[in-house]
Write a protein that binds this ligand. Structure first.
Ligand code: DGY
Length: 325
């Protein structure tokens, strides 16, 4: 029996890739960089399944280039703003994602960023390497405190709640804004507030919202102007949620204390971006979920979604279940 043809847009961890190769005739893009648009349109031709990453824009054009036999798009990420889900639904194609398995790794990392920016850890490391460490000094690289501070979470889904649980261990007060989740679960101590209160009252603000039309540039100049001058902003959600020009202006004049970004717009951030000249901007390359175990689980889960779709079964994690109605 012929195996179903699939296109895998980068070598995902073996835990998932081995499963895919067993079941499918897999064409794997092996370059370090994602396929160009032209290459993507070319390589999907005739496939029944696509395993994509957040770097691949999978829209109606790609689905049509694949052809009417395309049965499934499986995205190895919890976020799926790179996929035109409406276009997939219109064509009856289920789209899979990989929630849950990355919640703790991402929350751990967001917390680490919050501490690193608040306590100036990366700046301190640069200081040592630059040979500037001459003596212990009473006011060298002073940061902000965590105990008793208010953590404001924008988005209170799985990762937002995991942040709230971690914050309890640091004796922080947690407030959150989420239009869809106004009551916290019994085991999480947090208070729902409006966005304005969150901006004004938080000592730390951590973003955990999907990218939608409502959240694009949610943190703009007006939002930054409402924050405390001692506030630390952390973004592990999606780059376009923060207006980076406005953030640069705010950090430059110390309108807020610091920002730590795992995600930027664009990605990668160009080397001549002004944010990279600021000591109070900490920027890392979209690695919040990058633990070995987590990425293994994500690839396995993406493989399960892909294979279910190829078999015509319901995807274990489907973002557009309307296709089954
Ligand atoms: C996701 O899954 O959406 C993250 O951004 C990458 O792990």
């Amino acid at each position: 029996m012929n195996k179903p043809k699939v296109f895998v847009t980068r070598p995902v961890p073996d835990r998932g890739l081995d499963v895919i190769k067993n079941f499918c005739d897999a064409d794997v893009w092996t370059d370090e960089l994602p396929p160009s648009r032209e290459a993507l349109l070319e390589r999907v031709r005739g496939v029944e399944g696509i395993l994509s990453l957040l770097t691949d824009r999978i829209d109606g054009e790609v689905m049509d280039a694949a052809g009417p036999q395309l049965k499934v798009v499986s995205n190895q990420a919890v976020g799926f703003d790179n996929i035109d889900v409406a276009a997939a639904t219109q064509r009856g194609i289920p789209v899979g994602n990989t929630p849950d398995v990355l919640t703790d790794a991402t929350a751990d990392f967001a917390f680490a960023l919050m501490m690193a920016a608040g306590r100036r850890i990366v700046e301190g490391e640069r200081y040592v390497r630059a040979g500037k460490w001459k003596t212990w000094s009473p006011s060298l690289l002073l940061g902000v405190d965590f105990k008793g501070a208010t953590l404001g979470l924008v988005g209170f889904g799985r990762i937002g709640k995991a942040m709230a649980r971690r914050a309890a261990g640091f004796d922080m007060r947690v407030i959150y804004y989420d239009p869809l989740e106004t009551k916290p679960p019994a085991d999480v101590k947090a208070t729902h507030v409006d966005m304005e209160t969150l901006l004004e009252d938080s000592d730390f603000i951590s973003l955990h919202t999907p990218l939608t039309a409502d959240t694009r540039r949610l943190i703009d100049a007006a939002a930054l102007a409402k924050m405390k001058p001692t506030a630390v902003l952390v973004n592990t959600s999606r780059g376009p949620v923060v207006d980076l020009d406005a953030l640069y202006e705010a950090l430059k004049v110390k309108r807020i204390f610091a920002a730590a970004l795992d995600v930027t717009e664009p990605e990668p951030l160009p080397m001549d971006h002004p944010l990279l000249t600021l000591e109070n901007a900490l920027i890392v390359p979209h690695i919040a979920s990058a633990s070995k175990t987590t990425r293994d689980k994500m690839s396995w889960m993406a493989a399960q979604n892909l294979i279910a779709g190829l078999k015509g079964e319901h995807l274990p994690n489907c973002v557009n279940p309307q296709v089954y109605k």
